[in-house]
Design a protein around this ligand. Structure first.
Ligand code: F0G
Length: 442
């Protein structure tokens, strides 16, 4: 199998060997794709092979990423694969979310049920495997917390050193605790995610340290399988639309590539629209599209959904490409809309971290504006687990969630309080049976 890297810029298209330690095109600075000369044969036969692997106990087949290895065939040596049985995440029907957003039916694919609690594991199994193929000893990333948790875990499994750049005081505690426990060297950069990203890019360009942010195209190969697994779980019934939160825009980029490849290879005969939802004050992609700018319009990002508090997303051109390929679009939702949607996802017994709730909030908005039809078949991808950011959830339910804005790295409390529309606060009660029975109305 011929595997190579190719610059995505139409006027460049430089081709490089797959083992080049370069995350962008050395000629023009463009983003790179991992490409293959696919020779797969009959897609229906391969779908059957994927299905049969569900009965197998082979470690590769047990992974919800490597089960689909024909579609990410960059690793010639299966013994190099670093897997924690990632993927394998459920699709839930979510009736309360459907009702809330005005759809007849809504499905949530919960990537938060991965080994480290986010979709990053789908990408990290691929990225760390490539790090081994490149004989790297140290891996690094900038992160709002989930990439770092995932990288630290997979690096530990592969016996690699993990170096993590996180924005000081701006990541959820659940995520920070993970990277510490998994043994990652954790550097709290006094700045925001975009500054942490700039530092790690410089350091990985100048040293042998291998970069595992989503600018690394091998990570995106792993994340493609979120779409493949979703389609396989639906018996290859293609939904009308896939909705995903937008931060650094790696996930939406990989969804676009997966959909386009599956379509070109004849696995599917229509493309679901990739719909990206950003937080209203962390909206560089949305702004760029609205102003029809040929260059990204970066912003100073503010949102309580810290996972997507990103103002200068590296993969934005691939995300635009994903929307172009699939006739998708991008929209924004407010902090209030995110908080309420998250509570409704919780009420469905599913739950997620704040960034993931942009999806249901965005669907509600787009149904109201008639962009989405009530009958549409929609799958929203929940990206992170409820337990990642318990502070947010508790503050919401105790009616004490405030928008905090960080200006020039100082935290300033703003007065904009989030209304706890769907709060479910704990009740303090004395240990007296009569009082408890009274509370229960019994
Ligand atoms: N949802 C969650 C839970 C995330 O952690 C992230 C990104 C996103 C959505 C956005 O995904 O960047 O592919 O557009 N988190 C990164 C991190 C940036 O460092 O953990 P994206």
């Amino acid at each position: 199998m011929n595997v190579y890297l190719k610059c995505i810029e139409a006027n460049c298209q430089k081709v490089l060997p797959s083992n080049t330690k370069s995350y962008v095109c050395p000629q023009c600075g463009g983003l790179l794709d991992v490409l293959y000369d696919f020779q797969l044969g009959d897609p229906e036969e391969i779908k059957r092979v994927f299905q049969q692997r569900r009965l197998s106990n082979d470690p590769l087949d047990l992974s919800g990423v490597w089960r689909y290895r024909e579609l990410i065939p960059f690793c010639p040596d299966p013994t190099k694969v670093v897997s924690m049985q990632e993927g394998n995440t459920p699709i839930y029907e979510a009736p309360r979310c459907a009702d809330y957003s005005g759809l007849k039916r809504l499905y949530l694919k919960h990537q938060g049920l991965n080994p480290t609690g986010s979709f990053k594991d789908n990408g990290m199994t691929a990225g760390v495997t490539q790090a081994l193929l490149m004989s790297s000893k140290i891996v690094a990333c900038a992160s709002t917390g989930n990439t770092s948790a995932s990288m630290a875990a997979y690096a530990a499994r592969a016996n690699l050193k993990a170096v993590i750049f996180i924005p000081d005081q701006q990541i959820a505690f659940g995520k920070l605790s993970q990277s510490l426990d998994y043994g990652g060297l954790t550097l709290q950069i006094q700045g925001d995610f975009d500054e942490a990203m700039k530092m790690v890019k410089e350091i990985t360009e100048e040293t042998d340290v291998y970069l595992l942010n989503s600018i690394n195209p091998f990570r995106l190969e792993g994340q493609k399988t979120i779409i493949v697994e979703m389609l396989a779980q639906r018996g290859w019934q293609v939904p009308d639309r896939v909705v995903v939160p937008g931060g650094n825009l790696g996930n939406s980029s990989s969804f676009g590539k997966a959909i386009k490849e599956l379509y070109d290879l004849g696995f599917i005969h229509k493309m679901p629209m990739v719909t990206i939802i950003q937080a209203a004050r962390a909206n560089p992609l949305y702004r760029t599209l609205i102003y029809q700018s040929p260059r990204l319009i970066p912003v100073e990002a503010h949102t309580l959904a810290t996972a997507i508090k990103i103002g200068n997303p590296v993969s934005w051109k691939k995300a635009v490409r994903a929307m172009d390929w699939t006739r998708g679009w991008c929209d924004v939702v407010s902090e209030q809309e995110i908080a309420d949607a998250k509570a409704i996802i919780g009420r469905d017994g599913i739950g997620c971290e704040p960034a993931s709730a942009t999806t249901v909030a965005g669907i509600k908005k787009l149904v109201q504006t008639k962009e989405i039809d009530r009958d549409e078949d929609v799958v929203a991808v929940l990206t992170g687990n409820l337990l990642k950011d318990p502070d947010y959830t508790i503050n919401y339910h105790q009616d004490s969630l405030f928008e905090m804005a960080s200006y020039k790295n100082e935290l300033i409390e703003r007065k904009d309080k989030i209304q706890s529309t769907y709060s479910n606060a704990p009740i303090k009660v004395e240990p007296k049976k009569s009082q408890i029975l009274k509370l229960l109305g019994l």
